[in-house]
Design a protein around this ligand. Structure first.
Ligand code: AMP
Length: 212
């Protein structure tokens, strides 16, 4: 099973595609944003230090990211999806030295659509499942259909933080896209297609076989 990197502006559907690949093909999903939120929740030293960046919608400085992902990444990992990492060139170089990646899949999406999707996103505070009011997939009781807990707006899904996250994507993460392009390992998929259609496209491009 190959290791994959998922790239794209927030709201481009990386989490949804990671979920489908995990569910249907048994990939491991490493979501860096969730790891960071977990540190904040547990009020660890790192969690306390990164809080301000996360709330504002700025990227967390590389040194924190390296200390969190450094111990996880190694060159015999297989079938891992990196979701939300790398987001800076330094992080891409860090990754390249530690583990092989078959390709980076870039979900291309307009800023305007990303903003719209993020401001309509609701997240289960318990299991982290994402929902979107635009897709009418939120039930009237505003509860998670997987675990029944209340859905909430994410702390950084407000317009100020959304704008800063989009700016960070253009300034810091766009060069990462070029990084993978230069290595002939970039796949670009328009993120406006339906999630299931995008999933099938990924399966076809990577030639994934259903697990027995
Ligand atoms: P996400 O859950 O992927 O939308 O990420 C939420 C927030 O976590 C981002 O806005 C950043 O503040 C932080 N973050 C996530 N991944 C990274 C990363 N690779 N480098 C720096 N900050 C990150």
């Amino acid at each position: 099973m190959p290791n994959l990197v998922l790239l794209g502006i927030q709201g481009s559907g990386k989490g949804t595609q990671a979920y489908l690949l995990k569910k249907n093909y048994g990939f491991d999903h490493l979501n860096i944003g969730s790891l960071l939120r977990e540190e904040m929740k547990k009020k660890t030293d790192i969690g306390n230090d990164i809080k301000e960046y996360m709330l504002k919608g700025d990227l967390v400085p590389d040194k924190y990211i390296f200390s969190l992902v450094g111990p996880i990444l190694h060159d015999n990992l297989k079938g891992v999806i990196l979701d939300g990492f790398p987001r800076t060139l330094k992080q891409a170089e860090f990754l390249e030295k530690r583990m092989p990646v078959r390709c980076a899949i870039y979900f291309e999406l307009d800023d305007k659509i990303a903003k719209e999707r993020l401001s309509h996103r609701r997240v289960c505070q318990n299991c982290q499942q994402n929902y979107n009011l635009l897709l009418n997939d939120v039930k009237k009781d505003n509860k998670c259909s997987k675990c029944g807990n209340p859905l909430e707006l994410r702390m950084d899904d407000n317009s100020e933080a959304i704008n800063r996250r989009i700016a960070a994507f253009h300034d810091e993460t766009k060069p990462v896209i070029e990084f993978f392009k230069d290595r002939d390992s970039l796949i670009t998929i328009p993120a406006t297609k339906k999630p299931e259609q995008i999933h099938q496209e990924i399966v076809y491009i990577l030639g994934l076989a259903k697990p027995a």
